[in-house]
Design a protein around this ligand. Structure first.
Ligand code: SAM
Length: 214
């Protein structure tokens, strides 16, 4: 994503009531944050947040946490949430590499990854959010039958991701499609992300996989 630095975004994040900028000691505390026992679902690399905000509006009995590395990107989602004030939506500004410090085992019900950065060079493969290294981190926070849903239009990244799941003994693939928007069984209820709208309007097919903990 091309990043436009927004002056003051960092300070806004630190002060905003819906954003956590120092989440390292929060593992095990999310029930208290939301004030209920509802399932917690997270999106890693949420960008401007349309997907997770829409889900939070649609499903008030599920708690959602959007995770984004950059304050300047997160800003748009935070401004929207300042208007909506959804009680089941929070944000974390962090690099997801340290996600295991932020959630206890079993605290997360589902992980969404949408149009994740491809990191095309082989030597950067472990930075891809669907790499085996990240899958291992997800096993530390997901509940036993939890799963990961991943969408992208990047076929190289998608093929890599399918292989990584197949190579990870703790995971199994339950769904794979190479054209989500023309798959009658899967497209119903699909919530579009900003990138999904942009790339599908250019004619790119959208791939999706669902991987479940065995
Ligand atoms: N998910 C959004 C969508 O589909 O419209 C945004 C996609 S954008 C290509 C990827 C986003 O993931 C960027 O905003 C980037 O800053 C964020 N990101 C990439 N790696 C990350 C990481 N390790 N931790 C947190 N956010 C990350």
């Amino acid at each position: 994503m091309r990043l436009r630095n927004v002056p003051g975004a960092r300070e806004i994040m630190i002060e905003n009531e819906f954003v956590f900028t120092e989440p390292e000691n929060m593992a095990g505390t999310w029930k208290e944050v939301f004030g209920n026992n509802n399932p917690v679902r997270i999106e890693i690399g949420m960008g401007k947040g349309r997907f997770i905000t829409t889900l939070a509006q649609m499903n008030p009995d599920i708690n959602y946490i959007g995770i984004e590395k950059y304050s300047s990107v997160l800003l748009r989602a935070v401004e929207k949430q300042d208007e909506l004030r959804l009680s089941n939506l929070r944000f974390i500004r962090m690099d997801a590499e340290n996600i295991g410090d932020v959630f206890a085992k079993g605290e997360v019900d589902r992980i969404y990854l949408n149009f994740s950065d491809p990191w095309p060079k082989d030597r950067h493969a472990k930075r891809r959010l669907t790499s085996r290294q990240f899958l291992e981190r997800y096993t530390d926070i997901l509940k036993d039958d939890g799963y990961v849903e991943f969408k992208t239009d990047n076929r190289g990244l998608f093929d890599f991701s399918v292989e990584e799941v197949k190579e990870s003994p703790k995971w199994e693939l339950t769904t794979v499609t190479y054209d989500l928007h023309n798959d009658a069984d899967l497209v119903e209820g699909n919530v579009m992300t900003e990138y999904e709208e942009k790339f599908s309007s250019q004619g790119n097919p959208i791939c999706k996989l669902i991987a479940r903990l065995k």
